[in-house]
Unconditional design. Structure first.
Length: 242
């Protein structure tokens, strides 16, 4: 059975017979909650009252089940006394694929395999879009969105580190120049940017970047640079090779 579920951007679902057509916000919200925990029973008290509150949870679930049947995917929504379970392969859910590959990339990087890390992280980041975009105001979505955005930021940094380890210095300099503007309070990005500049033979620019982040942290957050930035600056000034 070929299934596809997207929680990045607007909710989209497709079965072997075509798209899963949901007619109410309640149906879309409940399906989203079930997709966040594929194969797990989601308790009734968490599913009830999301989105459009005019219909009961059981009516909403029945409508989702019928939409799945019409899309050629019968039997996926399983009722339990405690709630409902959606029997889908996590690999068919974009958020699950992103999460699994981001963590696999991090594990490969920690194991000293930057090529494998870069491949996993590129695949993870190719999935990325605004998470749960249409449910940003829903209570169930807030923590999930925050966790996904943090994992995305970490994956971006992990990819840059992997590419730097592989010697893609020019790519790293160009990419990190943009990223430090988009995520200015992530010290690791600044470390990677300064390191890439130094390896590109642009030591004065690397020191200027470290001076820039030092001022940023002091003026906007009242913080001193962390040990990583300080050690990097010491290495560069002492003709080290970061």
């Amino acid at each position: 059975m070929t299934m596809s579920f997207r929680l990045f951007g607007a909710l989209r679902a497709r079965g072997p017979g075509g798209p899963v057509l949901l007619t109410s916000r309640a149906e879309r919200a409940v399906l989203a909650m079930l997709l966040l925990e594929p194969g797990q029973v989601v308790p009734r008290h968490r599913l009830a009252g999301r989105g459009d509150r005019a219909a009961s949870l059981d009516d909403t679930a029945a409508a989702i089940g019928q939409a799945l049947v019409e899309a050629g995917a019968p039997g996926l929504l399983v009722p339990h006394a405690a709630g409902y379970r959606l029997d889908v392969d996590p690999r068919d859910v974009d958020v699950e694929r992103f999460t699994a590959r981001a963590w696999a990339g991090r594990a490969a990087l920690a194991a000293g395999d930057p090529a494998a890390a870069a491949a996993e992280l590129e695949a993870a980041l190719a999935e990325w879009d605004e998470p749960l975009a249409e449910f940003a105001g829903e209570p169930f979505a807030g923590r999930v969105i925050a966790d996904l955005e943090n994992l995305h930021a970490e994956a971006v940094q992990d990819r840059a580190e992997a590419r730097l380890m592989l010697g893609d210095v020019d790519w790293c300099v160009t990419e990190l120049a943009v990223l430090v503007g988009e995520m200015p309070y992530r010290e690791r990005l600044w470390e990677l940017y300064a390191t890439a500049l130094c390896r590109a033979g642009r030591k004065p620019e690397a020191l200027a970047v470290l001076h820039r982040v030092r001022n940023l942290l002091d003026e906007e957050l009242g913080l001193a640079p962390g040990p990583g930035l300080l050690a990097l600056e010491t290495a560069i000034r002492g003709d080290g090779h970061p």
